[in-house]
Design a protein around this ligand. Sequence first.
Ligand code: HEC
Ligand code: HEC
Ligand code: HEC
Ligand code: HEC
Ligand code: HEC
Ligand code: HEC
Ligand code: HEC
Ligand code: HEC
Ligand code: HEC
Length: 351
Amino acid sequence: MKNKLIFLLFFIPGLLFAQNQIRKCIICHQKPDIHKVMPTGIERSVYVDKKILRSSVHRNLKCQDCHVDVTSIPHQGLKIGRVNCARCHFNGNNLGAPNSPMYQLFWGSVHGKKLKAGDPKAPRCQTCHGGHNVFKPTDPRSTVYKKNIPATCGQCHKKELHDYSGSVHGVAILKKGIMNVPVCTDCHGKHDVYSSNMSKSHTSKQNVPDTCMSCHDNYGLMRKFKMTTNQADTYSKSFHGIALRFGEKTVANCASCHGTHNIRRQSDPKSSINPANIPKTCGQCHKGANKNFAKGKIHLNPENKSSGLVYYISNFFFWLTTLTMLALFAHILLDLRRKLKEKKEERETHK
Ligand code: HEC
Ligand code: HEC
Ligand code: HEC
Ligand code: HEC
Ligand code: HEC
Ligand code: HEC
Ligand code: HEC
Ligand code: HEC
Ligand code: HEC
């Protein structure tokens, strides 16, 4: 009871104070026609919809918590810079903003590095999350709600958005509302987006198979769409898959044959794996590949002798790995035995 009284004693005036702080700004900024005249002569609205802010995750913040440059009213003549979200959002903050190592990743990403270097085209926090309309990623109103992510990234990456929108994955989520397909961030990462030629990128040649397999090797998920995990298994055991794992980057990963943003079903004439397009797709690397080049060669099971060379190559690598491991263990054991023997001798001479 006493605690409740003390709470109300501070809470109510606090609330009134905050409301008053906001009213100070809203008095002018709620006028629908309030605007700023840009140096170019163009008028830009500076109208603020208080309701949006009030329903956002920042409902308890005051205007000046973000707009720190507005130190007096009226503020004409003050130099007002862009809002710095990282003022509160850093790992280890005690301001109530969620603590997560995710933000630190942003600064090392391709976007964060460009932003720090002063590239005006690089996204900052608010470019992806919004200014006043910041909601949790699970809220359908959020700019980073799964279904809205393609449009958010596509503000700048227009070609990728265009290709993705026509792909089997893009059509599924954007037109049919199927949420289990990948959007940009499932393949590229959320804050940790890197250029694909960096080995740590989720979309580097080495990492593409794992990125696709996070779903295509998920039995339950694939079954839901009447698909199998066969392609993931067979790729891993194929010549391309094994060679890639051994560090050979010139072989094909899933994206070399299926494309990245324009992945389509085999039956789709625009698909890179449609028989009509096989000469071009395989021909990137196999000179003279014809329409039948892929027949009976891709996504077949190397444990089956009828797979031909793949079967023998796969077996060769299996035995190579096994023998190498055995030799390694033997070496470790012999080494251990020698060390123990030396220890024993040492102890005996000390006696
Ligand atoms: C007396 C009316 C008035 C009050 C009160 C007021 N503003 Fe403004 N504000 C304006 C006008 C007018 C502009 C348009 C730009 C200009 O003329 O400087 C503006 C512009 C802005 C901008 C955009 C600045 C830019 O250069 O892009 C921000 C941010 C802003 N106001 C925040 C605030 C905050 C925060 C408060 C409360 C602490 C506040 N304003 C109170 C009238 C007001
Ligand atoms: C969570 C932080 C946050 C809070 C709280 C906040 N704003 Fe903003 N506001 C932003 C961001 C981000 C932008 C986009 C411009 C930018 O990046 O700085 C913005 C834009 C604006 C603009 C338009 C400026 C322009 O250049 O278009 C005005 C005016 C403004 N805010 C006023 C207010 C007022 C008044 C309040 C309180 C009722 C408020 N803001 C509360 C983050 C905030
Ligand atoms: C004055 C400190 C402050 C500033 C500045 C600020 N935030 Fe926040 N932010 C918070 C707090 C506190 C919370 C937690 C709110 C809650 O959970 O009730 C939060 C929550 C969030 C969340 C929701 C996280 C989740 O999943 O629950 C997002 C997203 C977010 N902020 C993004 C931004 C962006 C983008 C900006 C810049 C436009 C920004 N913040 C500026 C303090 C701040
Ligand atoms: C290139 C776009 C982009 C930029 C730039 C960006 N974010 Fe994010 N952010 C995302 C996406 C996408 C998500 C994840 C949504 C999800 O979980 O599905 C996210 C999630 C978040 C969350 C919620 C995390 C959680 O676990 O609840 C917060 C908070 C956040 N970002 C803050 C920031 C801050 C602060 C910055 C600037 C330092 C920033 N973001 C820059 C795209 C971006
Ligand atoms: C405000 C614009 C903007 C937004 C929004 C944006 N990006 Fe970027 N992105 C850039 C810029 C600028 C670069 C650096 C381009 C360069 O180096 O040529 C970049 C680079 C990239 C790269 C590496 C490209 C390369 O050639 O190295 C990837 C991948 C990427 N972004 C993905 C995303 C994803 C995924 C999102 C959404 C979560 C996103 N971007 C949102 C502007 C943006
Ligand atoms: C199914 C996985 C997947 C999805 C979904 C996806 N991408 Fe990509 N993306 C890739 C791969 C793989 C590459 C690398 C292609 C290469 O190496 O030539 C790539 C390349 C890129 C590049 C070129 C820069 C680079 O790193 O080479 C950009 C920019 C990009 N994607 C942005 C996006 C955007 C924006 C979206 C959402 C509209 C998106 N991607 C959706 C897998 C994906
Ligand atoms: C987030 C999970 C997820 C990721 C990651 C993913 N996919 Fe998919 N993919 C799906 C789902 C679910 C479907 C079925 C969509 C439908 O039927 O509408 C699908 C459909 C497909 C299809 C059409 C299959 C058919 O039988 O019609 C191909 C081809 C495909 N994906 C290839 C890829 C490749 C290549 C990658 C990596 C670059 C990838 N996918 C990454 C979930 C994923
Ligand atoms: C060397 C080229 C190549 C590579 C690498 C490859 N695929 Fe395929 N994929 C094909 C061809 C050709 C087909 C159609 C014929 C078949 O099923 O054998 C196909 C079929 C598929 C299908 C069924 C599509 C449909 O429309 O029926 C899926 C799903 C798929 N692949 C996913 C993957 C995944 C995931 C990877 C990586 C782990 C991968 N593929 C690697 C060439 C390739
Ligand atoms: C990104 C380049 C690339 C693409 C695209 C590619 N391959 Fe390969 N593939 C290689 C390399 C490199 C080797 C190993 C050396 C060689 O045989 O030329 C190889 C080896 C093979 C092998 C095993 C060795 C052999 O010659 O029998 C088969 C089978 C194969 N590829 C079929 C295909 C088919 C079918 C396609 C198209 C659906 C395809 N590849 C697309 C790069 C690629």
